[in-house]
Structure formats: structure tokens, C-alpha cells
Design a protein around this ligand. Structure first.
Ligand SMILES: Cc1cc2nc3c(=O)[nH]c(=O)nc-3n(C[C@H](O)[C@H](O)[C@H](O)COP(=O)(O)OP(=O)(O)OC[C@H]3O[C@@H](n4cnc5c(N)ncnc54)[C@H](O)[C@@H]3O)c2cc1C
Length: 423
């Protein structure tokens, strides 16, 4: 998704459209856009308004917009320890919707359609793997060492099947286990959460436009509206529980979701809230029924970030640069913002006559602003995950009071919601 968005942004901007771009992937892409299956796929992303604007810039939004995806206007977050609930709304942030939930395959296919347009100038190659990468030293090091490759030397790539290429810039958008990052010898930091994120499609009894998230003792369970009246589950839990849920029948799985979302206790009335603010009070999420199609599937969860995003003739974007906990649905949004920032940096390099692979340009125009923005979000998400870990009675009571107090302070809520929406 992130690599395709980056290539589509380059193709859509007259300043960068003349660059020759090759996009390769080891896996074949999702099928070309066509009639969508009645039951939405398991892998979906919540797209913030900022991401939607970027996909619009890439020319792909009309293929992703509702009814191909679902919008949500409110979000309710509450704590299973009994107290504490926050309800956010798009209106508080001055936006018509808080976000859209779109299937990953659809987003990728819509972006690829842009890349296949005549004149897009992007060569697509799959299945293909990067097997070798040689990056030249930066000019400053060459001067210090008094020799070596000439300034302006290109990156050299070796692909599976023996094809060899030279490039002014290599962009690693190859996900959390990035091979490009490893070949470039960029170090990462982070930790495994020892949990799995389980995704599934269910059918709510009542279609709605709210994104629900309940914090359970092992992690959050989110119920997100998707197209056609369905909902997507993202359930963070222990590896053992995830395996049980994956093995459960569709009916038993729906029962487990209903128990986890509806089970006692429910938050009591919020005493911080004035009576006039009833729309901020806790509401019960809809009951869900099984959906036909693929059963639940789970993925290991970890925080991982690359210490550097760039080297001479190299840049990392998306999960290749940073992978986060899915509890706030931010992962692909951070990656799309990287894609936008790097595409802008290249447009700036083209207009100012600079080399698009120059490390100094990449550092200043791409790495510095994106490291700052992503670092803040990484810390916020990791902190949020820890705040909601199982706590003793007193601490969980304080946590509930904190959520209730936040729910009653419109200014603080507005700032949080605008930050999460990228506006
Ligand atoms: C359970 C779960 C739920 C999530 N929910 C959300 C959500 O609601 N909202 C959100 O924003 N994010 C969510 N995320 C995170 C989101 O899925 C990722 O941030 C996003 O997929 C990253 O996109 P990407 O394009 O950077 O990398 P990827 O999606 O990992 O794509 C990498 C691409 O590189 C290719 N590739 C990999 N290695 C090679 C190689 N060696 N050679 C050639 N090609 C290669 C792969 O085939 C793939 O096409 C969730 C994650 C999980 C685990």
C-alpha cells in the first residue's frame, strides 16, 4: 500500500512524473479492480482524513470512497474494568467523518490502477526479489577518505533471476521485516509485545457509523464498520487465546465477541459530564452475528523502528521504517504520510536541481520531519498500550476516572482527536 502510494504520488505530480520508476514486489498484486465480493476481506485499514487527502492526490480515492469503503463519524473507547468511557466525534474536530475503513487489497488495487494508466511512467515487476544492494558512500565520507567511488555514483541492485539495475534512489517500502533495511545495514530498536492481533469479519445486527474499542484485560478489541453493513474485528490478545479463537466455529467466535464487548461491567454514569452532554455518555455496541467467508486470522504484534530512515541513495517508508501496535489504527496512516513527505522531497529536489538520492537532501526534507512525527506517535501508542495493561483495583479505578474526566473536557478531547485524525 505505502510503496504503491509513493509511486502514484510521483506519477501524479508534474514535477516528478518524468522520473523513471520501477516498482517491484515479491508477491503478485491483488486482482485488478472489479466488482467487490459481497463479504469484505479480513485485512482492512482505518484511513484518517489526512490519508484520504493523500490518496485523493494520488488519484485513487474515487475507487476507494464509499460504498467501496465505510465512513465512521464517532468512536467510543471504554474500559472492561468497569469505569471509564470516552466518546469522540468528527464534529468535535470540525470534520464530516473521523475516518474510513477500507480493505487493504482494494486500496492497493486502486493505487495500482493509477500506476497502470498510460503515461504514468512506472514499470511494474513481480514476482521479483531484491537479492543484493550496494550503496555508494556519501560525498562527505568520500572527501574524508580521499577517494573511492566518484560522487554521484549510483546504487546497484541485484534482482532474483539475475537482472541488475542502477538507481539514483532506492525506496524500501517492504514492510516490517524489510530486506532493503537489512541490506542497507540500518539498525532497528523495539520489542515484541508477546501478543497477537486477530482480525475477522462479522455482521452487526444493526449497521452503524461508530468505531468501538473496549480495553479488555489482555488488550483492546475493536469493532469497525466496513462496507455492506459488515464489521471488522481487531482483537489484541494472548497467543493461546488467539489460537483458540482461530479454531472456533463462526457461531462460537461471534459469541466470544459479544461476550467480550457486552459483558459486565458497563461504565456507570459519568459524574464529570454535564447533563446537556448526553451524546458523550456510554452506549452499548451492536450485537454481532457470524459472517460467511474466511475465519479469523492473527498476526504477531511488535514495536520496531529504524534508527535512520535514509542513507546515501536510500530511503525507507511505511512499516519498513516503523511498525506500531494496531490499537489506534495508525500504522498505514504513518506510512502514507511518509510516502507524501518523500514524494514532496523529491519534487523539491527536482525543482532546485538537486540529486533525488542525495543523503543531505533526504535527511533535511524527509527524514527529520518524519522521524519527529513518527517518534511522537510511536511513544504515544506504546504509552497507551501500557496504561491499559491489567492493573490493580486502585490503578484501574484511577484509569477509569481519567477516561471519564477526559470525556468531559471538550478542548482536550478535540486536540487528541485532531491529532489521531492527522488534521
Ligand atoms: C492485526 C493488524 C491490524 C492492523 N490494523 C490497522 C488499521 O486499522 N489501520 C492502519 O493504519 N494500520 C493497521 N495495521 C498496520 C498496517 O497493516 C501496516 O502499517 C501496513 O500494512 C504497512 O504497509 P506497508 O505498505 O508499509 O507494508 P506491507 O503492507 O507489509 O507491504 C510490504 C510489501 O513489500 C513486499 N515485500 C516484502 N519483502 C519483500 C522482498 N524481500 N522483496 C520484494 N518485495 C517484498 C510485500 O509483498 C508487500 O507487498 C494493522 C496491522 C495488524 C498486524
Amino acid at each position: 500500500m505505502v510503496g504503491a502510494a509513493f509511486a502514484a504520488l510521483l506519477a501524479a505530480n508534474p514535477l516528478t512524473a518524468a522520473l523513471r520508476v520501477l516498482m517491484l514486489d515479491r508477491a503478485p498484486p491483488p486482482e485488478a479492480l472489479g466488482p467487490l465480493p459481497p463479504v469484505p476481506g479480513l485485512r482492512v485499514s482505518t484511513l484518517t482524513p489526512a490519508s484520504v487527502r493523500l490518496i485523493e492526490r494520488a488519484g485513487a480515492w474515487r475507487d476507494v470512497a464509499p460504498p467501496h469503503s465505510a465512513a465512521f463519524k464517532t468512536m467510543q473507547v471504554w474500559d472492561s474494568s468497569g469505569s471509564g468511557c470516552v466518546r469522540y466525534s468528527a464534529a468535535e474536530a470540525g470534520e464530516p467523518v473521523m475516518g474510513h475503513v477500507a480493505e487493504n487489497d482494494l486500496l492497493q488495487a486502486a493505487l495500482l490502477r493509477q500506476l497502470r494508466q498510460p503515461g504514468a511512467g512506472v514499470e511494474l515487476l513481480w514476482p521479483a526479489q531484491l537479492e543484493g544492494l550496494h550503496l555508494p558512500k556519501p560525498f562527505s565520507e568520500l572527501q574524508r577518505d580521499g577517494g573511492g567511488a566518484a560522487p554521484g555514483a549510483l546504487a546497484e541492485l541485484g534482482l532474483s533471476g539475475g537482472r541488475r539495475l542502477r538507481a539514483r534512489l532506492v525506496v524500501g517500502a517492504d514492510g516490517p521485516r524489510s530486506h532493503v533495511r537489512q541490506l542497507a545495514d540500518l539498525r532497528t530498536f523495539g520489542w515484541a509485545y508477546g501478543q497477537r492481533g486477530l482480525v475477522a469479519t462479522v455482521r452487526p445486527e444493526v449497521a452503524n457509523t461508530c468505531a468501538w474499542q473496549r480495553f479488555l484485560p489482555h488488550g483492546p478489541l475493536a469493532l469497525l464498520p466496513v462496507r455492506n453493513g459488515y464489521a471488522n474485528i481487531v482483537w489484541t490478545t494472548t497467543p493461546r487465546h488467539a489460537a483458540e479463537l482461530e479454531a472456533a466455529s463462526p457461531e462460537a467466535f461471534a459469541d466470544a465477541v459479544n461476550e467480550a464487548l457486552q459483558g459486565a461491567p458497563t461504565p456507570a454514569r459519568n459524574f464529570f459530564l454535564p447533563a446537556a452532554a448526553a451524546e458523550s455518555e456510554f452506549r452499548r455496541p451492536p450485537l454481532v452475528r457470524p459472517a460467511s467467508g474466511r475465519g479469523p486470522k492473527s498476526f504477531p504484534l511488535a514495536l520496531r523502528a529504524s534508527g535512520r530512515y535514509v542513507r546515501s541513495r536510500l530511503a525507507l517508508i511505511g512499516d519498513a521504517a516503523h511498525a506500531v501496535h494496531p490499537l489506534a489504527g495508525q500504522g498505514v496512516n504513518l506510512g502514507l504520510a511518509d510516502a507524501g513527505a518523500l514524494a514532496d522531497a523529491l519534487a523539491y529536489a527536482v525543482t532546485t536541481g538537486q540529486d533525488v538520492g542525495d543523503e543531505g537532501m533526504l535527511e533535511g526534507a524527509y527524514e527529520a520531519p518524519r522521524q519527529a512525527a513518527n517518534g511522537a506517535m510511536l511513544a504515544a501508542l506504546d504509552g497507551l498500550k501500557r496504561v491499559f495493561e491489567p492493573q490493580s483495583g486502585l490503578l484501574s479505578g484511577l484509569r477509569g476516572l481519567g477516561l471519564d474526566a477526559l470525556n468531559a473536557v471538550p478542548g482536550a478531547k478535540q486536540r487528541i482527536v485532531r491529532y489521531a485524525m492527522g488534521v
